[in-house]
Design a binder for this molecule. Structure first.
Ligand code: KIV
Ligand code: NA
Length: 266
């Protein structure tokens, strides 16, 4: 097993080899995705919604996310594991960001961290990079700023394209090894991808990015209800698990399970 490193992602961009990233929050999902060859796993602050059942990504804490990140790091011998810095754990200062990032590397064993923000987070990105922490940036729609941005809205349309391009260049300049672009018009994301030397990872940013990312419960159909436009459902885990749980319950009720082969002799 050869560990995926940031320089591999850089090489893949140069070769035009596109790759996929998924979130993971526990051993089960991380093991499957690592075995599938998914090269980068993100322990997203989307665990706030998808693990802890909060309505937004804002409430999740560093103390809640670190045990999940540790489980994923232990379960992914090959994938590069990225820990997402929660809301409020890095914005105040580069020093605060560094202290939080160090906890993710030391306590969870991840290989990189992600943080939301563009040009305004350049000091944080520089501090981390200079201190030995690889940083994945995240621009465009940044869910932690949902209230400031006025809800889930496409970013970088019209005149806002200049700002998005400036953010992309600023995070690259500050030392980020890659950048997530969320809910950005496809042509703008394509332009950013062409202008930057670091890989771009799109979510709702069209096919012109170097990589793509999805929340795993969205991609595998465990989450039900209205999905964002950018989600593609690759499986119906909800349906599979619902059926299995009902069948199990029926078997127990009818006495079909456990059978002799599941039981021990005296
Ligand atoms: O937390 C998350 O899942 C993310 C990805 C969607 C990029 O930030
Ligand atoms: Na996130």
């Amino acid at each position: 097993v050869k560990k995926v490193r940031t320089h591999h992602l850089q090489k893949w961009k140069a070769e035009g080899h596109r790759w996929a990233m998924l979130t993971a929050y526990d051993q089960g999902a991380a093991s499957v995705f690592d075995e599938a060859g998914i090269p980068v796993l993100l322990v997203g602050d989307s665990a706030s919604n998808n693990v802890f059942a909060n309505p937004t990504s804002l409430p999740v804490t560093v103390d809640e996310l670190i045990p999940l990140a540790r489980a994923v790091a232990r379960s992914a011998p090959r994938a590069l594991v990225v820990g997402d810095l929660p809301f409020g754990s890095f914005q105040r200062s580069p020093e605060q960001a560094y202290d939080t990032a160090v906890r993710f590397l030391k306590e969870a064993g991840v290989q990189a961290v992600k943080l939301e923000g563009g040009a305004e987070m350049a000091p944080q990105i520089s501090k981390l990079t200079e201190g030995g922490v690889p940083v994945m940036a995240h621009i465009g729609f940044t869910p932690q700023s949902e209230h400031a941005l006025g809800g889930y809205r496409v970013q970088g349309r019209g005149e806002a394209a200049e700002r998005l391009l400036a953010d992309a260049h600023a995070v690259q300049e500050a030392g980020a090894f890659s950048v997530v672009m969320e809910m950005v018009p496809a042509p703008i994301a394509q332009q950013v991808t062409a202008e930057l030397t670091i890989p771009t990872i799109g979510i709702g940013a069209g096919a012109g990015c170097d990589a793509q990312v999805l929340v795993w419960q969205d991609a595998m159909g465990l989450n039900t209800g209205r999905a964002p436009r950018f989600v593609k459902k690759y499986a119906d885990l909800h349906g599979v698990m619902l059926e299995a749980a009902r069948e199990y319950a029926d078997d127990v009720a009818s006495g079909t399970f456990p059978a002799a082969e599941h039981s021990f002799d005296s």
